[in-house]
Ligand binder design. Structure first.
Ligand SMILES: *Cc1c(COP(=O)(O)O)cnc(C)c1O
Length: 378
């Protein structure tokens, strides 16, 4: 029997366990150690973020952003319905009301042209999600935000090393959150990053991340003792996690090169399917592709189910993705009732194909052959 092709396989660049051992031997394995500093420097120098803080997940980075915005109960935050639950949940935890926006017809990103009509006097922030690492229409989003004095928090969980008009994603909004979960391009098992582009949030971000204390200032010698100065939680990862992440960051270029090559081969193989009405990822002129994800958009839910079954019989494991959050058991009765047809369309019809570093050309050909065989004569 042919080997199974999983949807994802975490890639180790090589020195991960050696660096973890170094971290352990250094005798300091709590947060903000040597490897954390290396990672921070990398992001600030290579990706242009004004200030960054490693967190234990993207979810935590989003929760920090929600605290930093000082949201009050009843404040409104605009979030796409087609996203991971952490995007809105971080704000719900602060008592905010979520106003869900639809996706665009071109790709699952938030429909920037719908935002103006969703703004009310209680609106405080917009949270665009760069789905599949492809940039949202940031100029249009920033224009609405500027007009109404709203903050923009980028959910850049999938968007490492991707760009909008030449600017790194995650460097555009006041705040941005990245994920290093094992399903992302650069991984540490679990892990995340808060990028702080508006430095008015920098000092408070350090405090919130250190349980509401000014311990970071204390370690820099700026105060002679540290204490409880604000709300906060324990958002900083152990240096063991940072050691793993550092091994990945050192190999960012080769990881990205390989993932983009796989993505390009999928795109070339499936381009002819568009004449049958099958959707492929669309990368607008202002955006880049970072090889995070390759998906197809089928013509119906039935067709997607049949395609997934067809591939599973060939030991290939594609997966669908989000379920519209405005219809979720938790939020359906809180949603204002607006239909969000594109979010529902991607809920039913989007399917993600295997994409991981070790997916070599012969394995990938099994996937492309399987899909093309399914669509032959349909
Ligand atoms: C993966 C992901 C998250 C959550 O990341 P964690 O690091 O697992 O908390 C949030 N938003 C989006 C869009 C994601 O893809």
């Amino acid at each position: 029997m042919l080997p199974t092709i999983p949807f994802n396989k975490p890639y180790l660049s090589g020195p991960e366990t050696r660096y973890i051992e170094e971290a352990v031997r250094s005798g300091k394995i709590s947060g903000d150690g040597v490897f954390t500093k290396k990672c921070h420097q990398f992001f600030e120098q290579n990706l242009g973020f004004a200030k960054v803080l490693l967190t234990t997940s993207c979810t935590d980075a989003l929760e920090m952003a929600a605290i930093l915005l000082d949201l009050q109960p009843g404040d409104e935050v605009i979030v796409p319905s087609y996203t991971f639950v952490s995007t809105p949940n971080a704000f719900v935890l602060r008592g905010a009301k979520i106003v869900f926006a639809d996706s665009t017809a071109e790709n699952p990103n938030i429909d920037a042209s719908s935002l103006e009509s969703l703004v009310t006097p209680r609106t405080r922030a917009i949270v665009p999600v760069h789905y599949a690492g492809i940039a949202c229409d940031m100029d249009a989003i920033q224009a609405v935000a500027a007009r109404h004095g709203l903050a923009v928090v980028e959910d850049a969980a999938q968007a490492i090393d991707s760009y909008y008009k030449g600017r790194p994603l995650g460097s555009i909004g006041e705040l941005a959150a990245f994920s290093f979960h094992e399903t992302k391009n650069i991984i540490s098992g679990e892990g995340g990053l808060l990028a702080i582009n508006d430095l008015q949030y920098a000092q408070r971000a350090e405090i919130i991340r250190e349980k509401g204390t000014n311990r970071s200032s204390f370690f820099r010698g700026e105060v002679d003792k540290y204490g409880w100065v604000d709300i906060g939680s324990s958002f900083l990862p152990s240096d063991i996690i940072a050691a793993f992440l550092w091994a990945q960051l050192e190999h960012l270029e080769s990881i990205q090169g390989q993932r983009k090559a796989i993505w390009e081969r999928y795109y070339a193989a499936f381009a002819p399917l568009t004449t049958q009405g099958i959707g492929l990822p669309q990368v607008p002129d202002y955006a880049t592709n970072n090889g995070h994800m390759f998906y197809l958009v089928t013509r119906s839910l039935e067709e997607r189910t049949a395609l997934i079954d067809h591939l599973k019989h060939r030991q290939i494991l594609p997966v669908f993705h989000y379920l519209s959050l405005h219809k979720s058991p938790f939020y359906a009765n809180k949603h204002d009732g607006r239909a969000l047809p594109w979010a529902d369309h991607y809920t039913d019809c989007l399917v993600r194909l295997p994409l991981y570093y070790e997916l070599d050309e012969s394995l990938q050909r099994r996937v492309t052959d399987g899909v093309l065989e399914f669509y032959a004569g349909r």
